[in-house]
Design a protein around this ligand. Sequence first.
Ligand code: HEM
Length: 457
Amino acid sequence: MATEATRNQPDLPGVWKGRPPGLPGTVPPPSIPLAFLAAAPLGLLATGVTWIWARGAAATSPGADPVVAAVHFGVLATLAMAVLGAAHQFTPVITGRPLRSSLLGRLTFAFFLPASWALPLGVATEQVTVTAIAGALIGVAVVLLVVNLAPALAVKGKGAPVAALRIAMAGAVATGFLGVLFVGNRQGNWFSFSGHVDLAMGVLGLFGWLGMTYVGVAEKLWPMFMLSHLPGRRRSRGLAVWGISLGVALSAPGLAYSVGLLAWPGAVLIACGLGAHLASLVAHVRHRRRQADLHLAFVLTSAAFLPAGTGLAIAAVWTMPYHYHTGVALAAAAMAAFGGWVLVALVGHSYKVVPFIVWSVLRSRGIATGPTGKPLMFADLYNHTWAAVSYAAVTVGMVALCLGLGFGNPTTIGTAGFLFAATAVIVGTDLVAIPLRILRHPGPQTASAVAPVGHNY
Ligand code: HEM
C-alpha cells in the first residue's frame, strides 16, 4: 500500500519515525494500535467470566444489571477496544494522512482502558459513582479520538472506505453521548425515553460505530488477504455504507421513542446495507486468488451471523405482542448474533493484522529471519493449530450465547462465557509467544533474507 507520496511524508508528530523500509510514511508508532489490540483479549476474558456469573439473570431477564455488565465488557472492553486499535492503524494508511499526534492516540487509550472496565464493573456492583466517572472518561476518550483522526478523515476523493470511517466516528460520538445520558439516568432518572432505548443503543453502537468501521476497513483488507482485486467501480461498497448509516439514523430514534414510521424504514435500510456488504464479500470470495484458509473461514462465519441475527430480530418482532418475555429473549439473541458478526471478524483479522504490525517491529530492530534462519513471514508469528482452535471456540461460543439467550438456558450461556474466556487466553497467548521467542533468540540475520511487505500475507 506504500505509494511514493506516502513514503515521502515528512516525520510528523503522528508517524512512526523508526519504521522499516516499505511501510507507508503515515503509519503510526506500533505501540498505539498494539496497546488497544493487546487490551482486547483481556476484555474478552472479562466478558467470558461475567457471562458465567450473569448466566442465571441472563436466562430470565436480559435487561438485568449483571447482563448489562457482561454486554459492556463485550462491546466496550473487547469490540470497541479492538476497533479503536484498527482505526488508529488503518485510518492513516487508507487516507494517506497521519494521525494528528501520537500523544493523542496514547491519551485516548489511557482514558478508554480504565473507562471500558469501570463502566461494567460499576454496573455489576451498582456503584453509580463508578459508572458516572466511567461515562465521563469515555466521553473524553471519544473527543480525543475525533480530534486525532479528523485531519486524516478530512481527505477528499478516497471513496466508500473513508466515508465509512467518518460515519463510524459520528457513530462513536452518538453512542458515547447516549451512554453518558444512560449513566446520568443511573444517578436519578434525569431523562425519559418512551421506547426501547436499550435496543437503540445496541443499533447505534453495533452498526453505527463498530460494524461501520469493519465495513470500511474490510474493503481495504479483503483484497490484500484474499488476493482479490476486483475490476471496475463497485456500487455495493457505497450501498453498504449509506444503507447502514441512514438506517441507523432512522431506526435509533425510532426505537428510542417507539416511532414505527422511523424504526421500520430504518430497519429495512440497515438490512439493505448489510446485504450490500455481503454482496461485496461474495464478490471478493469469487475473485480471490488465494486458496481457502482460516481467515476465509473466520470471515464467512462472521458474515453468517448477519442473516442469523436478522432472522432472530424478525422472530422477536413477531413474537413480542403475543408473548412479551419470549420476544425480549429473541431480541437479546438477535443483538448477540450481530455482536458475533463483529467479534468473529475481529478475532479472524487479528491473526493477519497483529503479525503484520509485530513483523514491522521486528524488522525495525534488524530481525529479518526466524529461529530457523529463513526469512521471517507474517504467518510464522503464530501457531496455526491454536488459531484454528480459537476459531472453533469463538464460533461455538457465539452460537451458544445466541441459543442460551433465545431459549433462556443458563447452562448454555455459561458455556458461551467459558468459550469466550478460552478464546481470549488462546488468542492472547498465541499472538505473543512466538514474537517474544524470536526477540529473545533471533536467528542469523542476512540482508538478503528480508521478505517483501506486499507478498507476505
Ligand atoms: C459500543 C457500543 C455500545 C453498545 C453496542 C451498547 C449496547 C447496549 C445495550 C444492548 C444495552 C442494553 C443491555 C441490556 O438491556 O441488557 C445497553 C445499556 C447500557 N449502556 Fe450501552 N452500549 C454501547 C456503549 C455504551 C457506552 C459508551 C456507555 C457509557 C458511556 C454505555 C452505557 C450503558 C448503560 C449505563 C446501560 C444501562 C442502561 C440502564 O438500563 O440503565 N453503553 N448498552
